[in-house]
Ligand binder design. Structure first.
Ligand SMILES: Cc1cc2nc3c(=O)[nH]c(=O)nc-3n(C[C@H](O)[C@H](O)[C@H](O)COP(=O)(O)O)c2cc1C
Length: 336
């Protein structure tokens, strides 16, 4: 029974990867991730010079929402609201960061970039490759990206330019929404090695006392355990029509969630919020839970079950329908 996973030609000891963000912003974290059993780390995204202002963050930049809210005495999820944009150093710092990570880490290190014009995406990607990264992820779906950057108008050209210039694998990180599957197909057609589904979305929270938007006073990235449900659906849909691998990201809290993502078709699972709220040991615990599941089910390799739940999706016209049945566990609102 082995958690070993092959992903875009990289050999990972576990399908669990640290996602781009504040848990992959310095080299000690890359070591901690490895020591705790992460299969790889995607480094914090670096922005092109045009977006140098994104290297500075407001303080505070995070808020945990609904952390303390309960329904019927039981905790119900949370949301992480945050406004942390790019890597906080210069471009030269980032290239040095990659080089140092590669000297210290035994697991693959994936660079992450953000720009607007194709030539800038290409320049950043080339530098990521030259600095020794094992792959590059294009953060084309950041919740902080300017609204003027469209998928067809900006990102298709960026993906093509980067893919043409690279020898290392290119991952394209997509957002959620009605076009995810089409965008995944387009990324594959442009030559991407994998897609990462799905980035956080842009949201807003308001303080009713001051009657103002909270924290820095503007929109923020929002996510939480609840995002895994729509992300699983997007992965199920995309996996039916693309043949490049999918890296899942969004709302993973436990080994059980990792298994669910694999069952809908993901090759790897990128995690972040759970590390911020529960610590690095979470990765080890997830690996143990994965191993236990494989032992109980008699699975030698995750490949045996990848996509199994998607293959078992019932067709809408074959769903067995009944009427008037109360919903299990919910208050019966339609009958006395
Ligand atoms: C504080 C914070 C900063 C993030 N920064 C980046 C980033 O720089 N680049 C990126 O591609 N994704 C970024 N993300 C998104 C994560 O990589 C990840 O895809 C997302 O949080 C979903 O996973 P999770 O629910 O396990 O956190 C960030 C997320 C958070 C919470």
């Amino acid at each position: 029974m082995s958690l070993a996973t092959s992903f875009v030609g990289l050999n990972l000891s576990s399908p669990v990867i640290v996602a781009s963000g504040p848990a992959s912003h310095d080299v000690n974290q890359i070591t901690l991730a490895e020591e705790n059993g992460a299969g790889a780390s995607v480094l914090k995204t670096v922005c092109s010079e045009k977006y140098a202002h994104m290297r500075f963050w407001p303080r505070p930049r995070y808020k945990l929402l609904d952390w303390d809210k309960q329904i019927a005495g039981r905790s119900h999820s949370f949301s992480l609201y945050s406004y942390e944009q790019g890597y906080s150093g210069t471009l030269d710092d980032y290239w040095e960061f990659i080089r140092t990570c590669k000297q210290r880490a035994n697991v693959p290190v994936i660079g992450s970039i953000f720009a607007d014009e194709a030539k800038d995406w290409e320049m950043l990607a080339i530098k990521v490759e030259e600095s020794g990264a094992d792959a590059v992820e294009l953060d084309i779906s950041s919740p902080h990206r300017p609204g003027s950057l469209g998928f067809e108008t900006t990102f298709i050209a960026a993906i093509k330019a980067v893919v043409n210039a690279m020898k290392i694998p290119v991952l394209v990180k997509l957002g959620s929404g009605p076009n995810v599957t089409d965008q995944a197909i387009a990324a594959e057609q442009c030559g991407a090695s994998a897609v990462t589904l799905c980035n956080r979305i842009r949201g807003l929270d308001v303080d009713i006392e001051s009657q103002r938007p909270i924290l820095h006073g503007y929109y923020a990235g929002i996510g939480g355990p609840w995002t895994k449900y729509y992300t699983m659906m997007h992965i199920a849909e995309a996996s039916k029509v693309i043949s490049i691998p999918i890296s899942a990201t969004g709302g993973t809290m436990t080994g059980e969630d990792v298994i669910k993502y694999i069952l809908v078709g993901a090759q790897t699972v990128q995690i972040l919020s759970v590390i911020l709220v529960n610590g690095w040991e979470t990765i080890m615990k997830m690996n143990e839970e994965l191993q236990q599941y494989m032992n109980i089910k008699g699975i030698a390799s995750l490949e045996e079950v990848r996509g199994e739940a998607t293959r078992r999706l019932t067709k809408p016209e074959e769903i067995i329908r009944w009427s008037g049945e109360p919903i299990e566990g919910a208050r019966n609102v339609w009958r006395k």
